[in-house]
Structure formats: structure tokens, C-alpha cells
Design a binder for this molecule. Sequence first.
Ligand code: PLP
Length: 390
Amino acid sequence: MLIEDEADRLVMVPGPTPVHREILNAIAEPTIWHSSDAMAKIVQVCQEGIRAAAGAQRGTIFIFGGSGTLAQEAAVVNLVGPDDLLLVVSHGYFGDRFAAIAQAHGIPVERLVASWGSAITPELLRSRLQAGGVRAVTITQVDTSTGTAAAVGELVSVCKEHDALVIVDSVCALGGMPVEMDRHHIDVVLTGAQKALGVPPGLSILAVSSEGLQRRRELARIPAYYADLQNWEASMENPQKYFSTHAVNLFYALARGLDFVRDEGLERRFTRHQVLSTAFRAGMSALGFQPLTEASALAPTLSVLAAPVALEVEKFRLALADAGVVAAPNMGEFKGKGLRFGHMGNITESDILQCVAASEIAIEAAGGRVEIGSGVAAARRAVRPAAAAV
Ligand SMILES: Cc1ncc(COP(=O)(O)O)c(C=O)c1O
């Protein structure tokens, strides 16, 4: 195996997230016939789990082999045509990806861009939509490049005042924070498997409203085949019907991952994400790492942090890996300024404390000054104020 050193490390990048052993074991079950009755039931169980996590009792759930990007592309090409205008609400790199997808398909696109780390306000969106011409809007619930969490409910309401279709990229959110598709009348909620659902990468997941599917029909021909939701519709209605081979073993993993979500309960799961993210940031802040994201838009699923000025970021990242924890470099405008840490999916308090402890060791190894234990104490105080006091 080529992964030996890497496999021992705690993966604290913002996706893929650590996968629980039981979810990994599910993948090792025998690969069954993709059109069998048993497989159909597994697909349906996954659809129900996504329905619950996305607040999408009314939508159609599509799950197929792919990634978050394919889900983004499918959402755009199925809902937006070459005579429409797509407005991309962009909070960073992954918001901008929607614009790149539209351009690749010859769809007119305009971006409403936030400065990195800050969020687009409903007022700003309203003033653009009042000017007219927009058919559909994309909103990235949490942009993984900036750590910005959008005020999805409010932004979607503004879109609906103007009859725009709304696509929400929930890749870095679904399973770790509320996404309420039906309540907010969102037309597409999309994600991948590898982030807050805690499942290995390899699945594209979309919940699509009946208005969204109606729009697909109105468009007649679209420049897609595998990503054409109309081709998948019958197979998602009855998974024994073939369109393309289901990613059998990944569905096993998703089903097991969704068991974890159901067993924990959505509210408890969201609270865990909130508590652990606050604790993580408290611990890292005690070590001199501060969020690059504005305080009102901090996401519970990841932290995009600036390293203390005296610390050489790449040296620290490598020392952190030596200490057993993997973090991701910052991107785009934040490149070189610090690191991104994921804390979503089935992450635990001990993962958070391990990451903060490893950061203390890595600061020392990278030549920085640190009081060993100070970050862990701050994180622990934030998770359990009473326990840390005794
Ligand atoms: C918010 C967001 N959208 C889309 C994507 C693209 O997903 P994938 O890498 O699975 O194609 C990512 C990946 O990190 C993401 O964070």
C-alpha cells in the first residue's frame, strides 16, 4: 500500500473527512447486482436519509457516481438555458466555480461577489434582482475557501420575491447544519458524500423541486447526457430501472453514514458541530490562529484561519502532519496566510483536542513560541465549561 504514513494521520482538511470504521467496513460487503431488489432498497434508504437531512420531503432525490462538482454542473445545466441569466452569489472559490460551469456551457452568467471572508447581504442581492433579468441564482451555503456561511434562508426569500430559481451548494454543510429545502422553497440542494455526511468521496447528490424538474422539461435539449436529470428520473423513481450502473458499494457506505445521522438525530448533530467548532476556534485562538472569516458568517463545518505572523505557514503545516494531523493550505486571496481545518461529519471532541494538541507541538517544531497545553485547555473549557473548571 502506498498510503501507510498518510493513513495513520487524522484528516482535518475540509473534506474528505475522517470516515468511521463501520462506514468503511460497509464498502467491503459483496458487490451485488445493481438492478436487484436489494440494491433498489438500499438506494431508497439513501434517498430517504438525504430527504430527511435536506428537509426535502417534496423533492426528488438523485444520487449517482460523481462528486460535488458534477452535482453543481448537473444543477446548472438542468435548470438554466442559454437564453437565461444565471446570477452567482459568490463567497469564494467554490461560488466562482458555478460561473466557470455556466461559461463552459455558454450560459450567460453574472457574479455578485463578496470580499473574501465576508458575506453577501440580502439587501445587496435584492438590489441586483430588482434590476431584473435574472432567471436563476446559485448560493454556496458554506464556501470551503473562505469559511463563509451564507444566510441561506434570507437570501432564498429574496430570490423568491423575484421568482428566480435557486440552487444551493450544500457540499460543505449538509449533515452538519440545517438545510431546509421545502421550508425555503429551494429548487436544488446539492452535495457530495465526503464532507459533513462523513462518507468517502464518489457520489453526487441532488434534491430537486418539482419546479426545478419542470424547468428541465421546458429546456427540452440540454448539453448533457450523464448529468441530464431527465435520464436519471425513472431510475431514481424505481432504482431497479437501469440508466447507468449504481455505485453499489458507495451506496452501502452512504446508507451506513446516514444511519449515523439518523441515530444521532439532526438537532444533536447540528449542536455537536456548533459546539466543536466553537471549541476548536477557542483552542486555536489561544495559539494565535484567528479566523479570516467575519464573525457573523463563521461556519460550523470548517475554520479558515490566519496563522500568527511570526510562524512560517508551510513549515507549520508539515510539522503538523509529522505530529499526526493533516490540514489544508488556504486558497485564492488567503493563500499563504494560514490553513483550513475541517471539523464536520463524525468528528469527535477528542479529534478536536488532538488537532489542537498537535498544533501546539507543530508550532514548537516550526520554531514558534507556545505554552504547551494552553490551546487544549481553551478548547476543553469551551466544550465543557464545568468540567474544565475542576
Ligand atoms: C462548497 C463546495 N462546493 C463544491 C465542491 C466541489 O466538490 P468536489 O471536490 O467533490 O467535486 C467543494 C469541494 O470542496 C466545496 O467545498
